[in-house]
Design a binder for this molecule. Structure first.
Ligand code: HEM
Ligand SMILES: [Cu+2]
Length: 540
């Protein structure tokens, strides 16, 4: 066990500077406080959107209209999707744990542009609030789905412009954060930390940041084009005005496919930190993991057409997009092999963070293999726009990114707050979450194959059993979520005081106090070794 916390310095959670109370947060340029401001905002939005998900599941418990009409359902699934995608998971791990730990893990006192960092948070909150307001202002909740497909999104007389603007503003925040991270990693690594001595979570953030910087402007422009089409009747997409509806889908997915890597790469980065720590072994294949992040980010740009197999694009382009989709699976598979090899022969300590990280692999594999089913032309045509797709992306996004977020929360909690949560409650919450998750989403694979279309408010009687099981799963999952979050909130002030290095981690964040001081390091460390040396004679 590491040295006990001596509290010789002022922690970042204690007041310093001009303002007190909430204002000291809202004006803080400390990357750690900004990370926590993202955390609290994201948790609130996540819970709100989860309640919307639960409402949908209650509606679908039985055939026919139960608690809402079809139009309300359309509004709810649009808002659920918009919040979960643009407000929760795209910023997600990068904004919370990236902000908090990137500077610390590379031995810096802050990000390169601290004021820009705070500004990004304000842009984010503005976009998030706009997204929620779209439900209440003007002509009723937008009903286009989070993908805003034309021609419907150009015609629907609901509040689409509001939601489009929200997504646009949120994109700006994403670009600024990406820019900040890229410059930080290039300029602020501690002396001696060459690229290949950098820990792998920062590597994953680096790959992510390039996608944020290069892909997000595309969707921004696309959304503006829909607004222009609605307001000024410029024919970008409407054939009657000389436009092309397929153009929208191309532009949208050129961003939105890489966007799934903005979600998943930081998640992979998190578990890559957790496996070595709880196996007390250097990560297996350090170089392969670092480079495969870049490879995923790069190849991920060329597969957007797999969302468009049924739109009538040409045979060869379909073939090509399908082929490339299978290629992206290779670097992802390399990572999975390396994580498992890292654990192999290690002294494994199945603490809550590791349990979540292993669940990540399990759920991500189910999501990944069903993704290949969707990437293959023949099966895609059958499964397109069915609940199979809904199951697939919840396994990837919620099972992958969501569980990695929970893993990160349990891993870094003692460092962030200087307190421990209850292990016992964490195990119980995990069990409930895991069972609820699979009950909720697995049946959707089956009824999807049987032909249950996605985004439908009602269904035929033959789907009743599957829908019912799924809805019961939603209740269970929700209980697990509340228990997990409750455990973390409760022990924030009442938990046992955490040692500065409870898991015997070796990266830089474990070498400083818990909670960290305002400037992280008294003295910037000089890096001599690769990042994952657990014993003197270990090598990477
Ligand atoms: C908390 C538990 C959750 C429940 C109960 C839930 C439930 C649902 C349901 C019932 C749908 C509608 C499916 C349809 O009718 O086609 C849906 C769609 C969706 N969900 Fe979730 N979900 C949850 C969590 C998440 C998370 C964490 C994400 C993160 C990305 C997410 C993203 C989406 C998206 C993007 C859609 C697509 C909406 C559309 O088709 O336009 N959900 N969810
Ligand atoms: Cu895609």
């Amino acid at each position: 066990m590491g040295n006990e916390n001596k509290y010789t310095h002022v922690s970042y959670l204690e007041h310093q500077g001009r303002f007190k109370g909430i204002m000291s947060w809202l004006t803080s340029t400390d990357h750690k406080k900004i990370g926590l401001m993202y955390l609290y905002a994201i948790v609130v939005f996540f819970l709100a959107a989860a309640v919307l998900g639960l409402l949908m599941r209650i509606e679908k418990m039985n055939p026919g209209a139960d608690i809402m009409d079809a139009q309300t359902y359309n509004g709810i699934f649009t808002l659920h999707g918009v919040i979960m995608i643009f407000i929760v998971v795209i910023p997600g791990i990068a904004a919370v744990f990236g902000n908090f730990f990137l500077p610390i893990m590379i031995g810096a006192k802050d990000v390169a542009f601290p004021k820009l960092n705070l500004f990004s948070w304000y842009v984010y909150i503005t976009g998030a609030i706009l997204g929620v307001l779209s439900q209440f202002a003007g002509d009723g909740p937008p009903d286009t789905g989070w993908t805003f497909y034309v021609p419907y999104s150009a015609d629907s007389n609901t509040n689409v412009i509001f939601a489009l603007t929200a997504a646009f503003v949120l994109g700006f925040s994403s670009i600024l954060t990406g820019l900040n991270f890229i410059v930080t990693i290039h300029r602020l690594r501690a002396p001696g930390m060459s690229w290949f001595k950098m820990p792998l979570f920062p590597w994953s953030l680096y790959a992510t940041a390039w996608i944020q910087l290069l892909a997000t402007p595309i969707v921004g422009i696309t959304l503006l084009m829909v607004i222009a089409e609605r307001v000024l009747h410029i024919g970008f997409f409407d054939p009657a005005l000389g436009g092309d509806p397929l153009l929208f889908q191309h532009l949208f997915w050129i961003y939105s496919h890489p966007a799934v890597y903005v979600m998943i790469l930081p998640a992979m980065g998190v578990v890559t930190e957790i496996f070595p720590t709880f196996s007390q072994k250097p990560v297996f294949g350090y170089g392969a993991i670092a480079i495969s992040s870049l490879a995923i980010a790069f190849v991920g740009y060329f597969v957007w057409g797999h969302h468009m197999f049924t739109t009538g694009i040409s045979y060869w382009s379909r073939w090509f997009f399908s082929f490339l989709t299978f290629i992206v699976a290779v670097p992802s598979a390399i990572k999975v092999f390396n994580w498992i090899s890292t654990m192999y022969g290690g002294s494994i300590d199945l603490k809550p963070p590791l349990l979540y990280a292993i669940s990540f692999i399990f759920l991500f594999l189910i999501g990944g293999f069903t993704g290949l089913t969707l990437g293959a032309l023949a099966t895609n045509v059958h499964l397109h726009d069915t609940d199979f797709v809904v199951a697939h992306f919840h396994y990837i996004i919620f099972g992958g990114m969501g569980f990695a977020f929970f893993a990160a929360m349990h891993y870094w909690y003692p460092k962030i707050y200087g307190r421990m949560y209850s292990d016992k409650l964490a195990y119980i919450a995990w069990g409930i979450l895991f069972v609820g998750f699979n009950l909720l989403y697995f049946p959707l694979f089956i009824i999807g194959i049987q032909g249950m279309p996605r985004r439908y408010f009602d269904y035929l009687p033959e789907f009743h059993t599957g829908q019912m099981i799924s809805s019961i799963g939603a209740y269970i999952l929700f209980t697990g979520l509340i228990l997990m979050i409750g455990n973390l909130i409760y022990h924030r002030r009442r938990g046992a005081v955490a040692p500065s290095n409870p898991w015997n981690g070796v990266t830089l964040e474990w070498q400083i106090e818990s909670p960290p001081t305002h400037e992280n390091f008294d003295e910037i460390p000089v890096i001599k070794h690769p990042p994952y040396l657990f014993k003197k004679n270990d090598t990477n």
